[in-house]
Write a protein that binds this ligand. Structure first.
Ligand code: ATP
Length: 204
């Protein structure tokens, strides 16, 4: 099933930031959002993930098909790496965390409390969580922040495997992941025009 966004307007703090955005993301495909800081990539991802409603337009094929990973890692600090992944497997009704542990090279950290991990290790655990959700569409906001080169390569490999299994990925990233198959959507051309203030409109 495709994820289809049509003629979307998305807003932050009540102010539209992008207008008229549309894309289709098919199984097996990756779409990378590009655009300068503040251009609205996070806002678009949050809207697609269902964390906020669109101001206008339509999204189909999202909802429970989405696994979202954002800046905040959303980990339970007192639980170990294994306990965190097991928790999420229970929440999403999936079986087995071993593939996720090994894909992100977390075996040696399996018993460590998540709160004691380094920034990059936490990020690896947050990304491993995607694998145990069993959900087909990964929506990722700056997934490689804090990752070293080896971990970026592990992440790219995990995304490639996910695509190979019929999954899809929508992500905002400033770095090149080496995913040659990824399509690029530059949001710059969809930036909302500043609205004239009501008192100015009388003179327009
Ligand atoms: N909570 C908020 N309230 C009001 N405005 C916000 C809020 N969060 C973000 N914004 C503004 O919304 C606009 C879009 O921000 P957004 O985070 O979507 O951009 P981005 O493209 O993801 O940026 P970056 O590359 O820096 O992560 C920016 O002008 C930002 O300052």
């Amino acid at each position: 099933m495709d994820l289809v966004a049509s003629d979307l307007t998305v807003a932050r703090g009540g102010v539209p930031v992008l207008e008229g955005v549309g894309f289709t993301l098919s199984p097996g495909r990756a779409l990378v959002l590009r655009g300068p800081n503040g251009s609205g990539k996070t806002t678009l991802l949050r809207t697609v993930a269902g964390l906020q409603p669109p101001v206008a337009g339509e999204i189909i094929g999202a909802g429970e098909r989405i696994a979202y990973a954002a800046h905040a890692d959303g980990l339970k600090a007192m639980l170990s790496v294994v306990e965190n992944l097991s928790f999420w497997a229970a929440v999403f009704g999936t079986q087995g965390i071993d593939d996720a542990l090994s894909a992100f090279n977390l075996e040696e950290l399996a018993g460590r409390a998540a709160g004691t991990l380094s920034a990059g290790q936490k990020r690896r655990l947050g990304l491993a969580r995607l694998m145990v959700t069993g959900r087909p569409v990964w929506v990722l906001d700056e997934p490689t922040v804090s990752l070293d080169a080896a971990s970026v390569a592990l992440f790219a490999e995990a995304v490639r495997a996910h695509l190979g299994q019929g999954g899809a990925a929508l992500m905002a990233t400033h770095i090149d992941l080496g995913l040659a198959e990824a399509e690029i959507l530059d949001v710059t051309g969809f930036r909302a025009k500043p609205r004239a203030r009501a008192e100015d409109e009388a003179f327009l």
